[in-house]
Design a protein around this ligand. Structure first.
Ligand code: SF4
Ligand code: SF4
Length: 119
């Protein structure tokens, strides 16, 4: 069974994803690929597509609410790592709930994780 985030992707098409430029370290192979980021100010970059009126990260693949994937998952920036899915750790995530509601998806419930863990 897919992880609930793999059937969602809403937060990747809701928020501006901004981070310090030092998170792009192409040479190391672990940082955010520089070509996928744009400059916000002298210190910060944003994932391309997320600083738009209708945000959608350039690295997001798939259809929101059906099946999605982050194409740079291992190299995603710190704001992406900080967003928790509601009830993944037993608590509500306001960022998750807001993003899902904006995309017409019901907030996750504890039941979504019971099904996930049983699979
Ligand atoms: S954290 Fe929430 S909004 Fe983001 S992909 Fe996962 S379920 Fe969707
Ligand atoms: S880098 Fe990946 S996890 Fe972060 S917003 Fe883009 S698609 Fe989502």
């Amino acid at each position: 069974m897919l992880h609930p985030c793999q059937r969602c992707g809403a937060c990747c098409a809701t928020y501006r994803v901004a981070f310090h430029w030092m998170e792009t370290m192409d040479d190391s192979g672990i940082g955010v690929p520089e070509a996928l980021a744009e400059t916000l100010d002298p210190h910060r970059l944003a994932m391309r597509g997320t600083n738009a009126k209708a945000p959608r990260c350039i690295a997001l693949h798939g259809d929101i609410g059906i099946e999605t994937a982050c194409t740079i998952y291992a190299r995603r920036p710190s704001p992406c790592r900080a967003v928790m899915a509601s009830y993944e750790d037993g608590t509500v995530s306001p960022q998750c709930d807001k993003a899902r509601l904006l995309h017409g998806l019901a907030p996750l419930t504890p039941a979504d994780w019971v099904a996930q863990r049983a699979s």
